[in-house]
Design a protein around this ligand. Structure first.
Ligand code: SAH
Length: 354
């Protein structure tokens, strides 16, 4: 057994190594170490979730954004983004199609669009809640006050995705303009958790200026926060941002981080993200084989998809909802897993009874 394999086993045993050890692991892992981590992570996921992969229907309902994150294609300074927003009826139409297709979770994601006031968001959430009482509603609309989060929760939202992006304040400052701080991001995450949302954090792998130490800090941060969901994908440059010439993250690093996260937080709901499917055809399937247990196909209307571009070459932008969906179901079956038509809530219990 190599030193890295002992470190991986330590993570699995709940004895997360200290920062320097984790950083060394991330810096020096070999393809064999990665396969070692992936096979343990797969086993851990299958023990808890069986071969089920939970599907979430992603509705990208606005690409207006008041923020200016340096990596993101829908940042406000990108004058070439073609902006759109969906109305309540269009959102409900997506949900109706999604429910018919078998989805029991809808994820409403968007830029931080001032048009969508708390009142409008609450109205959308209540309308979905009323028409689809059996479905989970996930929001991913950025940083808000505790009062706003509470209002959306009371209207019927169950879950919230807000990646922390990086757990290092100095690194955070290189990815964001000065008005955005890690401190507020973390405040948001803690509010969401204490209100009772199933909450997701996460980061890009290979974002500009990121070091192995930064990723190790992310791991320790996530271990401590103990969120219900974690979103991890490779950084991919967008031509309309200041990071247009930066190197993308790698498939291998992303897969390795997914496996480590699965071993560190065995119960966490862990998507194989669209960015992973974009960096390599079949990337999401590899994510599942590295310990992921969720996929989030896009169910936004065909005509707006090409405009929700956080990064270049995003997959599925020319598809109709039914296409992205059935091809992905097939791909998941082909690797021996089973697309699940259920809410797939976080299982709070530690032991697995079946
Ligand atoms: N406005 C919401 C939703 C953000 S988009 C929010 O603030 O949470 C969802 C995620 O996409 C972001 O959290 C970020 O981690 C990721 N993302 C943005 N630009 C990206 C890029 N260029 N490459 C890869 N992932 C990106």
């Amino acid at each position: 057994m190599t030193q890295n394999q002992s470190r991986i086993l330590a993570v699995k045993e709940g004895q997360t190594p200290p920062l320097a050890e984790l950083a060394a692991l991330i810096r020096t892992y070999t393809p064999e170490d990665r396969e070692f981590a992936a096979s343990l992570a797969r086993e851990t996921a299958v023990k808890r979730f069986g071969k089920k992969i939970y599907f979430r229907g992603l509705i990208e309902f606005t690409n207006y954004c008041k923020n200016d994150c340096l990596y993101c294609g829908i940042r406000r300074s990108n004058r070439n983004a073609v902006r759109y927003r969906l109305g309540l009826d269009e959102i409900l139409t997506c949900c109706r199609w999604g429910e018919q297709a078998g989805f029991r979770t809808f994820v409403l994601q968007g830029g931080e669009d001032p048009y969508f006031t708390d009142e409008r968001v609450a109205e959308i959430v209540s309308a979905i809640r009323r028409e689809f009482p059996d479905c989970a509603i996930t929001l991913s609309i950025g940083e808000k006050s505790r009062e706003s989060y509470q209002r959306f929760f009371d209207a019927g939202a169950d879950r919230y995705l807000l990646r922390h992006e990086t757990a290092s304040p100095a690194h955070y400052a290189r990815l964001h303009p000065p008005e955005l701080t890690l401190e507020n991001r973390v405040r948001c995450l803690k509010d969401l958790i204490s209100i009772g949302y199933q909450t997701g954090c996460g980061m890009m792998v290979g974002s500009p200026f990121q070091t192995a130490e930064n990723l190790a800090e992310d791991l320790l941060f996530m271990k401590d926060l103990n969120p219900q969901m974690i979103g991890i994908g490779p950084f991919l440059p967008h031509h309309g941002t200041p990071f247009r010439d930066q190197k993308p993250g790698t498939l291998e690093d992303t897969l390795f981080l997914l496996s480590i996260v699965r071993l560190m937080l065995p119960k966490v709901l862990l998507p194989a993200t669209t960015a992973l499917g974009t960096i390599r055809p079949g990337g999401r399937e590899l994510g599942i084989l590295a310990g992921a247990n969720v996929v989030m196909p896009n169910i936004s209307p065909a005509d707006v998809r090409k405009n929700y571009l956080l990064y270049d070459r995003k997959i599925g932008t020319a598809d109709a909802p039914a296409d992205s969906y059935s091809a992905l179901r097939e791909a998941i079956r082909s690797i021996g897993y089973e697309p699940a038509n259920e809410r797939g809530d976080y299982q709070w219990e530690d032991d697995i009874h079946d």
